[in-house]
Write a protein that binds this ligand. Sequence first.
Ligand SMILES: C[S@@+](CC[C@H](N)C(=O)[O-])C[C@H]1O[C@@H](n2cnc3c(N)ncnc32)[C@H](O)[C@@H]1O
Length: 293
Amino acid sequence: MKHIPVMSDETIKYLNVKKNGTYIDCTFGGGGHSIRIIKNLSSKGKLFALDWDCETEKLFTENFSSYKNAKFICCNFAELSAIVKEYNIKKIDGVLFDLGFSSLQIDNYSRGFSFNFDAPLDMRYNANNPVTADKIVNTYNEKKLAKIFLDNACERFAEKIAKAIVTHRVQKNISKTYELVEIIRAATPYWYHRRKIHFATKTFQALRIAVNNELENIEKGILSAINLVSPCARIVVISFHSIEHRLLKNIFKEAVKKKIIKLVEKKPIFPLESERAENPRSRSAQLRVVEKI
Ligand SMILES: C[S@@+](CC[C@H](N)C(=O)[O-])C[C@H]1O[C@@H](n2cnc3c(N)ncnc32)[C@H](O)[C@@H]1O
């Protein structure tokens, strides 16, 4: 299990890492971007590595113990303002968000993120989150489920899948990923099962976003970062699906209008063809970079 960092050269270039600067990696994951940042810092520079998944701290301890100027904090990046205050972080020179889940999480069959393993319907980044995918599929009403599938993943069969879930659970609670996959299969037409993209992809994406309240967290985290960073500091965000892309575009558009930030590149940056070929996960990625005015 390994997570290959997406657009790591572009991230370092656009973060414009200064050797004595202070940087926050809001999504430490496997540490792929953090290691590139810390290697560009002198001992006077500082890196704060955040992740809501406290299990990622093990990787930090294994790989960053020799860097005394790096600190891991298990937290939700939506709480960035409180974290900055609590740890007395001064003059922030750059913030990175590499959104969503890591390969380490999706490949860990017990976490329930993947439709390729039969596992309990969990999908939480953080073990203390009271909401699980199980809770959503077994307690939310049909209308609310359909809205989640539509709003979080533009699932064209949102209503049919929601109806099938509600009908199924009258007999029995839905507790495993494979059970849910079979419900989605039965609720969708045959041609939908023959496409390149797996027919359960969007439902699983939508549930994961709902479980972790991802869209609200992203909005809070990015707005806090915009507010907290020093003048000329950069914020780099890597997003992976159209709902995230649109959300970021709108957040940045508003902040540009208010003259708080400027876009460093007018259009999002896409991975090079070589990276797309090597790392399939990078194919849908877009990198956006803004600078505080
Ligand atoms: C794509 S991975 C990051 C990979 C990392 N950049 C690397 O190169 O190894 C995203 C990470 O963000 C974390 N995450 C998701 N939502 C979060 C949130 N609201 N606050 C903090 N971390 C979050 C996930 O737990 C996951 O480890």
